[in-house]
Design a binder for this molecule. Structure first.
Ligand code: NAP
Length: 475
């Protein structure tokens, strides 16, 4: 059952609007039409920015913002099944993963409500220098202004939540452009926000041409911050085009994991099998490159491969499915090409590497050289590599051998090795004895190098979405 209406309108200035032009959302699994969504262009985007500007003229007090956020969290709980099925239908995400995403969005809104209630500046210790004696100073946290939010297809609910919930907590109106392939979860969230009492203009949702909508967000000076999650090329391009705005980027990764010989290999194998192939690897922190200390290499493979082979492929709407489709045929063909490139270069396909119907079987590749795409670029598909190493220094060097730096992980019983890796892995986050695919919404989450320039998680995003204003008082 697909829990979406056949036709969806856009939200601009509190009104649900049609444009006369429609965009089709199709199931990545069956190709069936899931819904048609009104398609926006530059004109609708301009109207949305106008509405956001009007909304800002009547600021909402923090306690009202927090109340709305709490109500949305409650509604996400009550409509959990519908929300999860919407994610699954439009993204082709297996229902069990979609349910995790839907539950996490509740936590994102709950945490953002907390941030709205405690948003405050800080005292400045003026007596710290002679110049400040006789003066009192403090900072106020002011909303930065209109936020232009652009989100990707792979977490169509939760990555939208990570933009609109902290923006409301910070007191900023939003003009949101969700991914064209997966706009329905965002529109459902917008419906929940309006039902929760959000006044017109505070959230506007536009679906349509990325270029046209993006151009307005880049060029209109009233949009003070662009919050972008997606691929590196698009993200850094936006930042170059908007040098006077804050442009916050959450981008891709080629996620490495180091497995030391002293790790609990059964536990490691279970976590890696689950986190390399969940949502067919279409997570920015999907486990992709596994480096195993040589003494444990054969042992780990003996535990990992049966777990990978036991994963169930199939219809994402089925509760038992572990691995479903990639978002579209283009993505599938690209991943197959990268597997072929590795095979042609002499790598060994230990599992998968072929299609089951239209679905790529979970694929484990051994002996892939560091120059191959599967070893250094973001696969964004159901593929991981396994590579033996001799010393921790070598493993850290291999893990760092990518332009990306979002999250990395190490499994070891040695505190010393764990902390050495945490200090030397060039990533925004390092997990120890947990897959680097782990994310909870209270964490600061974001990357270094090509993976981005910001941290999300309401407590961090709220700081990015506010400016500090200094107030100095002569006593
Ligand atoms: P994408 O192709 O970059 O698209 C992301 C968003 O940008 C979509 O809404 C897209 O619109 C829009 N867009 C595309 N071109 C644009 C332009 N010129 N101006 C303005 N907006 C534009 O990425 P994706 O394929 O959806 O997502 C996969 C990528 O996201 C992967 O690299 C993944 O690692 C990354 N990601 C990162 C994180 C993180 O938190 N770091 C989380 C999830 C995903 P259309 O859909 O209309 O093209």
């Amino acid at each position: 059952m697909v829990a979406t209406a056949a036709e969806k309108k856009l939200l601009i200035d509190g009104q649900w609007v049609e444009t006369g032009d429609w965009l089709e959302v199709r199931s990545p699994y069956s190709g069936e039409l899931v819904a048609r969504v009104a398609k926006a262009g530059a004109e609708e985007t301009q109207r949305a920015v106008d509405a956001a500007e009007r909304a800002m003229r009547e600021p909402l007090p923090a306690h009202k913002r927090a109340e709305i956020l709490v109500r949305v969290a409650g509604q996400l709980g009550r409509r959990h099944e519908e929300v999860a099925r919407t994610i699954s239908a439009e993204a082709g995400k297996p229902l069990k993963a979609a349910k995790v995403e839907a539950a996490r969005a509740m936590s994102t809104f709950t945490m953002a409500a907390v941030e709205a209630r405690k948003l405050a500046g800080e005292m400045v210790p003026m007596e710290a220098s002679q110049a400040g004696v006789g003066k009192l100073a403090f900072t106020l946290r002011q909303p930065i202004g209109i936020v232009g939010a652009i989100s990707p297809f792979n977490f169509p609910l939760n990555l939208v939540a990570h933009k609109i919930a902290p923006a409301l907590a910070a007191g900023c109106p939003v003009v949101l452009k969700p991914a064209s392939q997966t706009p329905l979860s965002a529109l459902l969230l917008a419906e929940l926000e309006t039902e929760a009492g959000l006044p017109p203009g505070w959230l506007n949702v536009l679906v349509g041409s990325a270029g046209e909508i993006g151009d307005v967000l880049v060029e209109d000076e009233r949009v003070k911050l662009i919050s972008f999650t997606g691929s590196s090329g698009v993200g850094w391009g936006l930042r170059e085009r908007a040098p006077r705005k804050r442009v916050n980027l959450e981008l891709g990764n080629a996620t490495p994991v180091i497995v030391e010989a002293d790790a609990d290999l059964d536990d490691v194998a279970g976590r890696l099998a689950a986190n390399a192939f969940s949502f067919a690897g279409q997570s920015c922190i999907s486990v992709q490159r596994i480096y195993v200390q040589r003494d444990a290499y054969d042992d780990l493979l003996a535990r990992l491969l049966p777990k990978v082979e036991a994963l169930r492929l199939g219809d994402p709407a089925d509760e038992d499915t572990d691995v479903g489709p990639l978002i579209d045929a283009g993505a599938r063909d690209r991943v197959l090409e990268w597997i072929e490139e590795a095979r042609a270069a002499g790598a060994e396909i230990l599992s998968g590497g072929t299609l089951d119907g239209e679905l790529i079987r979970p694929t484990v590749i051994a002996g892939a050289g560091p120059e191959l795409k599967v070893s250094c670029e973001e696969v964004f598909g159901p593929v991981c590599t396994v590579t033996p190493y001799d010393t921790l220094d070598e493993a850290i060097e291999l893990a760092n051998g990518t332009r990306f730096g979002l999250q990395a992980g190490i499994f070891t019983a040695s505190l010393q090795s764990a902390l050495a890796a945490a200090q030397r892995l060039e990533f925004g986050g390092v997990t120890i004895n947990e897959a680097p695919t782990f994310r909870a919404d209270q964490m600061p989450y974001g990357g270094v190098k090509d993976s981005g320039n910001t941290r999300e998680g309401p407590a961090w995003a709220v700081r990015e979405m506010t400016e500090e204003r200094l107030v100095v008082l002569q006593l």
